[in-house]
Design a binder for this molecule. Structure first.
Ligand code: ATP
Ligand code: FE
Length: 367
């Protein structure tokens, strides 16, 4: 059995062909990153047009690399939610067209579940249930993955996601004016800058939501505090409009430390909750961290400490599988095919504007 996966939820056009063991037979990725970096953010109609321009090439490249043809496929899986509706529409329409043309079943994929399930492709013996932390450009959430389709949401971000905020702060810090950072994502640029800090404790930002006993996240207040610090520093050093602050590395380090503390605090809550309810057997304790921000190597150093304390093993897929890609969508297709859920022969009704939550959520406080 072979599954083709198509991803176009945001600014990456991705495609891959996988067999049922998770062997990648062909893959291709076109990133719009540099366009959006030039524009200072994603412009949805531009993202849609770039997907439209590249999708056919990307899909054909992946199939060609696999040495197979479309008729060999068992099904085609496509990200249908969540994401930018204009971007999603291109993958969904193209996927439906291929399914009709080659008479294949269509498997709609939830992008965040795909981020969460990729770990099972990387670590074949990873069994359900496991705890998962997804941190990316648009999301931050803690959930228990109970099966390929069944997730229990423990908490999520109530304002802006960390990736989005890192991209904004990196822009505010004018990091891309420095040649070594010019093509990096905001999150990666901040990570490299933070690693060069001579005094990581120069700027201490309070940890958000310290007094709330649940698993939700908030980063908007932290974003404001960092912005105010940048303004104060700019006045102090009287920097020119295109000049980068001399204290930039320490600011990035202080910011990353605060994010790490917040994530750790929430993970700890989740682990205590799991303990109290006996939701995951002690011998099966795995925390999967995925999504673009999981590429960061500083944040997991803090998370490892919590994991050790509670007897969890931290699993992070390699960076290229943490950011958006076609492989994770094809793998989620494999998972759904095996579990016999959501494999559609009739898919005309499948919409790309709907945006359902990752799964059932906990309403009570996670205490
Ligand atoms: P979502 O998955 O929520 O729809 P997305 O698809 O835009 O969001 P991803 O591709 O999963 O996001 O992740 C992109 C984000 O990851 C960007 O905000 C980027 O700054 C961030 N990122 C990438 N590398 C790093 C890193 N090394 N450290 C921190 N953040 C990073
Ligand atoms: Fe993503």
């Amino acid at each position: 059995h072979l599954i083709l996966g198509i991803e176009t939820s945001c600014d990456d056009t991705g495609c891959a062909v996988l067999d049922f063991d998770g062997t990648i037979l062909g893959e291709s990725l076109y990133s719009q990153h540099l366009f959006h970096l030039m524009n200072g953010g994603i412009i949805p109609p531009l993202a849609r047009d770039l997907h439209r321009m590249h999708i056919e090439t990307v899909v054909h490249q992946a199939v060609k690399e696999s040495g197979l043809c479309f008729n060999d496929l068992s099904a085609i899986s496509v990200t249908t939610e969540p994401g930018l509706p204009m971007s999603l529409s291109i993958g969904t329409k193209y996927g439906k067209y291929l399914c009709r043309h080659y008479k294949k079943p269509f498997i709609p994929i939830h992008h965040m579940k795909a981020h969460a399930l990729t770990a099972r492709m990387v670590k074949r013996d990873l069994e359900f249930p496991y705890l998962v932390l997804l941190v990316s450009g648009g999301h931050c959430l803690l959930a228990i993955a109970k099966s390929a389709d069944d997730f229990l949401l423990l908490g999520e971000v109530i304002d802006n996601a960390p990736g989005e905020i890192m991209d904004k702060i990196a822009r505010r810090l004018k990091l891309k004016n420095l040649r070594e950072y010019s093509v990096l994502s905001g999150g990666r640029a901040m990570e490299v800058a933070a690693s060069k800090a001579d005094n990581p404790l120069e700027f201490e930002f309070a940890t958000p939501l310290m007094h709330y006993r649940n698993c939700n996240f908030s980063f908007a207040g932290l974003h404001n505090k960092v912005t105010r610090t940048i303004i104060t520093e700019e006045k102090k050093y009287n920097v020119a409009p295109d000049q980068v602050l001399p204290s930039v590395n320490n600011i990035c380090a202080g910011f990353l430390l605060s994010i790490t503390r917040h994530l750790c605090h929430r993970i700890q809550r989740a682990m205590e909750f799991i303990d109290a309810r006996n939701l995951i057997l002690p011998q099966h304790r795995i925390l999967v961290m995925s999504g673009g921000v999981a590429c960061n190597n500083i944040i997991p150093q803090g998370i490892e400490i919590i994991c050790n304390e509670f007897g969890y093993k931290l699993v992070r897929p390699p960076p290229k599988l943490c950011t958006d890609n076609g492989v994770m969508i094809a793998w989620n297709g494999v998972e759904r095919w095996k579990a016999k859920v959501g494999v559609l022969q009739n898919f005309d009704h499948v919409d790309y504007n709907k945006c359902s939550p990752i799964g059932e959520s906990i309403i009570e406080e996670v205490t």
